[in-house]
Design a protein around this ligand. Sequence first.
Ligand code: GDP
Ligand code: MN
Length: 361
Amino acid sequence: MKLLEYEAKEVFSKYGIPVPKGVLIRAPEEIAAHLPEIGDALVLKAQVDVGGRGKAGGVLFADGATAVETARDLFSRDIRGVPVGSVLVEEKLAIEHEYYVSIAVDRSSRQPVILFADAGGVDIESAALADESAVRRVIVSPLLHDIPPFLMRELLGDAPKELAPAINRLYHVFREKDAMLAEINPLVTTPRGVYAADAKLIIDDNALARQGIAVNRDLSEREREAEKHGFSYVELGGSIGVIGNGAGLTMSTLDLIEFYHGRAANFLDVGGGADQERVMHAVKLVASMPGVNVIVVNLLGGITRCDEVAKGIIAADVPPKVIVRMAGTNEEEGRELLAEHGYRMLGSMDAAIRAAMEVSA
Ligand code: GDP
Ligand code: MN
């Protein structure tokens, strides 16, 4: 999850990285009330998730006299197609020099990699492309709590040592926030010291729960139910319900339905070791989708036992026709149970899906 600049700056500031004085506004008129605290030299920055925002007109300068009209101007723009809903109003820094620093995960060494460039700012990408040596790079073991001094020296080269604490704190942010990317571009020197003039922070989506970040999603009743049972579940809008175990098998089921020009209603992966109870909930869930008139259950027995699955399907006892393809552990027991209750169990995926197509047609 990518944080907006003002959110990233709040995090950076908590970790002791100096950020400019600033306030978030959601309407142009709000700016007036904040002028006394922020001062007379201002930067207005659109809070949009767009790269190259400055070049696209998302960063404007103003003074007290022009603040409101500049804010109006910025709110009326859209930045590369994204409307401006909020603006970060900051004191304008007296920048002496702009540097670039970022920390990301290096895939090949599976460790944090820190990049630093003497020439930061809006043209860093083209500068780095033109001259590879413009960007220095070091790998740090994630077991280290701080960037070791010898690596910091290598990173900074001739750049001022006073940048080091901010870079080390950025590394703390990166480690402790489970970040995929922590970037300051530009990291600037001013007569009052070093500041993060911009801030970017991308948190690993797999760490959101651990980080206590609530993801704001509008889940449907059924999606909430699926989440409760730990199913991977996506609604697709067709009429053939799909239940599988394992993402691969479930995807191939969807592919085959598509191949026969059918329309799948959903993707539902019950996961490993599905017992009677889980299968019953899965079948009931898919059956509750409007427009579903047939359900294909495509399961491979292993830890999952076919007789358990059969019991789950029978217990669900739903109106749409359930067509089953199962193979593996206790297959025969499963087949007998299903047959006793009038369900069709077919030997191949192909046969099961063609049977489902006939029902849904
Ligand atoms: P980006 O285009 O989304 O990366 O936006 P930035 O926040 O990095 O701002 C773009 C550029 O605007 C920076 O590289 C600076 O050159 C300039 N800028 C941003 N804030 C300030 C400031 O406080 N003072 C000055 N003088 N320039 C700034
Ligand atoms: Mn920037």
